[in-house]
Design a protein around this ligand. Sequence first.
Ligand code: 3PY
Length: 249
Amino acid sequence: NCVDMRARLRAAERLVGVFVNLPAPGLVELLASAGVDFVVIDCEHGLLNPESVEGLIRAAGASGIGAMIRVPAGEPAAIQRYVDAGASGVQVPMIETAEQAAAVVAAARYAPEGRRGVAATRSNGFAAPSAERLQTANETTAIVLQIETGEGVAAAAEIAAVPGVDSLFIGPTDLAHALGRGGQLDHPDVDQAIRTVRKAVGDLPLGILVGSGEDAAKRAGEGMSYLVGTSGGLIRAAVRGLVDTARST
Ligand code: 3PY
């Protein structure tokens, strides 16, 4: 299995990761070689299928980094297959209520914390899991919930208080759109909503999408510890810089 992201979140470590939405294990290895702590394999957006996700998780494990899976929104039952494949944890979009948060915890954790089904899967070494193994899985599977609507912002304190939730994560792109400020991630309304979530989570680790190193440093300065860029955005910006500089003389 991959790195214990839950322990690292709970230790309030500053964790830097990148979304991956291409079926390329080599991309995960490349990102690991650049020093990321984890990848978020994106099954909410893009076309990744479960078979390709397994290869991405394996690449993360072999590279010594974490593999979080962003699961489709509103489908707690889908969580099972990703945790069975050996992910470090799940990141769940569009959470708006404590009930939804509790449903995620139930799907991701074995009894007594949840209702995850037991089977001989990759995450269990392809063997019938021992009681000890189930306990370890419960202790190490990280649960990160995305706040990205006005309703989610309003309920952030209750969501953060649900037992078993390890971190909240602000999705500023969707949040801006939900607040009627589509594409204006720096709009004061979005800023205000982010401040509200920061206050609501208290000591729970908080994450956010970042567009650059400067952006990540700013968010870290605001106390956020789970910082995630996008592989597409970062690669495109670097290549754009190369192309523009090469053509500027
Ligand atoms: C957002 O910014 O809305 C996200 O969900 C992060 O990708």
